[in-house]
Every structure is written in C-alpha cells, then in structure tokens.
Design a protein around this ligand. Structure first.
Ligand SMILES: [Zn+2]
Length: 201
C-alpha cells in the first residue's frame, strides 16, 4: 500500500469496513508513514468536529431546488394511470366527442325506427338471430327499392337530357341551313358573277 492508495482507503479504514488483509496493510502503512498518520489524525479531528456540530434539518424544498438547479426539474411521477390510461381516455372527454356520441346514438335510433320495429317494441324475440336476419332482409329490400327508384329517376333525367340535346342539335341544324339559304337568296353565289369573265382569259 502506497500513499495514494492509502488515501483512497482512508475512510473505509477508519470505519473498519475493509477486509482483514487490506486493513492490516493500511495499518502497517500508517505506522511507517508519518504523512499518512497526520492525515488520519486530521480526518479524525474533522469527523469529531462535524459530529459535535448541531444537526439541522434542511429547509423544505432545498433538495428539490438543488435538483432543479443541477439536473433540471424532477420528472412527474410515473404510473400506469398517468402514462397509459389517462392519455388514452382524455381526448374522448371533450364536448365534441360527447356530441358525436349522442348524434350517433340518435342516428342509430332513427335508423332502427325507419327500418326496424320501434325500440320500445323490442323484446327477446326481436333479438333472436332469425328476427335479426328478417330485419336485415327488410332493410336490404328497402335499400334496393330506394336504389331502383333512384335509378329510374336517373334514367328519366338522362333521357330528358338526350332529348334536349337532340332537340338542340336539330334546332342548330335548322338555323344554320336556313341561314345558308337566306345568304344564298340575298347574295347570289360569287361563281355566278365570275363565270362570265372566264371566256375572256
Ligand atoms: Zn503514506
């Protein structure tokens, strides 16, 4: 054991927590080395001084402010609730979501009222698979009926549109032809005026 090694071992040596070989080695060094013996005396004196000084409680918040000043604010306490559950349900606790949920429920009730038996008439029978399939069939046929109505209306509209287009083209044809004839009646074709000049060439 040299001096620097003894310095690192000093407090453990004084607390007598070193294993036996290290302790006897340190003991032997301090017996032979006056400088390390002085050091041991100084530390012993310092320790007794500290032990004699009155104990005091740190003011509340001192530890926190030291932590904040050195390593930044202490992170909020982590827990299953704060890390997972609360962030998950928080977005749903808004007025928008509540309104949306109510509107969906109203929509559902309206749909059932339109296509199915009224809600107050539901019983265990209407929850049977057969009754459910019956209701689905009814909704299905209702939708098909509406789709057919829509299609026939659409076809009627398209037919009207086709007629209108043909009518428009017919009118356009008539207009242009009559325009040509009018033109022909007002000014005779230029070829007729030019023709007499041709023999002179
Ligand atoms: Zn020494």
């Amino acid at each position: 054991v040299n001096c620097s090694r003894f310095e690192t071992l000093l407090t453990d040596y004084m607390d007598q927590v070193l294993d036996m070989r290290a302790h006897s080695a340190a003991e032997e060094h301090v017996r032979r080395c006056s400088r390390c013996a002085d050091l041991e005396k100084q530390v012993t004196a310092l320790r007794s001084e500290l032990a004699a000084s009155p104990a005091f409680d740190p003011p509340p918040g001192l530890i926190d402010s030291i932590m904040t000043g050195t390593t930044g604010p202490t992170p909020p306490q982590r827990s299953f609730w704060h890390d997972l559950v609360w962030p998950t349900i928080k977005p749903f606790l808004t007025g928008h979501y509540a309104f949306g949920a109510v509107m969906f429920f109203v929509f559902l009730v309206l749909m059932v009222n339109v296509f199915g038996p009224p809600v107050w008439a539901w019983d265990l029978n209407s929850l049977r698979p057969a009754a459910m399939m019956d209701r689905v069939d009814r909704v299905n046929s209702e939708v098909m009926k509406r789709w057919a109505l829509f299609n026939s209306a659409k076809n009627g509209f398209l037919g009207e549109l086709r007629l209108l287009k043909q009518d428009l083209y017919g009118r356009l044809d008539y207009y242009m032809i009559s325009l040509l004839f009018e033109q022909g009646e007002k000014n005779p074709p230029e070829e007729a005026a030019e023709e007499p000049e041709q023999p002179s060439q």
